[in-house]
Design a protein around this ligand. Structure first.
Ligand SMILES: [Zn+2]
Length: 267
């Protein structure tokens, strides 16, 4: 896949050049990219949850979470304090809802200063019904595949299902494993589905937009540092249809910029 970056900066070119050097390994097929993952691993402390796989009260898919949520009010450029890495956006379902598995700390690297966000698809067929339990099974399967690669944990930090639920995956205190040679300081978000073939749902895109804007604001990540996998490496991920949506979302006056500006103005 070409690097269809709508943001041609020197920084991006440098990253692409770096990526091209070792690019062959990630040119995995779309199907393999899903369960075996976009890249390597880390861990997490599972909090004790009693009912893995059971819908939590106030399942966020049934709650109007989008642009009404308040952002942290830090107006100066904050350092990424460890405490902030452990904070979960209030609309994200915690990891303990789908696994008690622990991150393999010996294989994990700590998250560095967060400076970018990268969007993926899992390249797996659509979820049959969009039910909560379907997403739990999908997360468990992806994590199992990533652990099978001898990674520390599921590679992504967040997952979004077609119903618009956002899920915590690898804890943000650990560096992700989702873009080869580009994982430091890089938040990984995966959208369930194969968007080379399907079209992302409006609900999923809405949540994706909200989550990206939230993390941009929280960690001072500029719009120019929001990527798709194929903009960093040679891969079809996140599929042509999601790629097209990401290009639209990131336009100067697109939905993402407007949302970030809206939040910034209100804090
Ligand atoms: Zn990917």
């Amino acid at each position: 896949m070409d690097n269809q970056s709508p943001l041609s900066s020197t920084t991006r070119r440098n990253i692409l050049q770096l990526g091209a050097k070792a690019g062959s390994m990630i040119a995995v097929s779309g199907i393999l990219a899903g369960l075996s993952g976009c890249k390597s691993g880390s861990k997490r402390n599972g909090r004790s949850a009693n009912m893995i796989g059971q819908p939590i009260p106030g399942d966020p898919v049934h709650v109007n979470h989008p642009p009404s949520m308040p952002f942290p009010t830090n107006s100066s450029r904050p350092q990424v304090a460890a405490a902030r890495l452990t904070e979960l956006p209030h609309f994200v379902i915690p990891r303990t809802a789908w696994t008690h598995g622990k991150t393999k700390v010996s294989l994990a690297d700590p998250m560095q200063q967060i400076s970018r966000i990268t969007v993926h698809h899992d390249a797996i067929s659509p979820l049959p019904s969009g039910q909560y339990a379907d997403s739990v099974r999908r997360l468990v399967a992806i994590r199992r595949g990533h652990l099978g690669n001898h990674w520390a944990d599921i590679g992504y930090h967040y997952a979004i299902d077609p119903a618009g639920r956002a899920w915590q995956a690898r804890p943000l205190i650990y560096q992700g494993a989702h873009v080869k040679d580009n994982n430091p300081g890089n938040i990984g978000i995966v959208m369930f589905g194969n968007y080379e073939q399907a079209t992302p749902t409006a609900k999923a895109l809405d949540t994706l937009n909200t989550l990206i804007a939230h993390e941009m604001r929280r960690f001072n990540v500029p719009l120019s540092r929001v990527y798709t996998h194929q903009e960093l490496r040679s891969t079809a991920c996140p599929g042509r249809n999601l790629q097209a949506q990401m290009i639209q979302l990131r336009r100067p006056n697109g939905a993402l910029a407007m949302l970030v500006n809206q939040y910034t103005a209100s804090t």
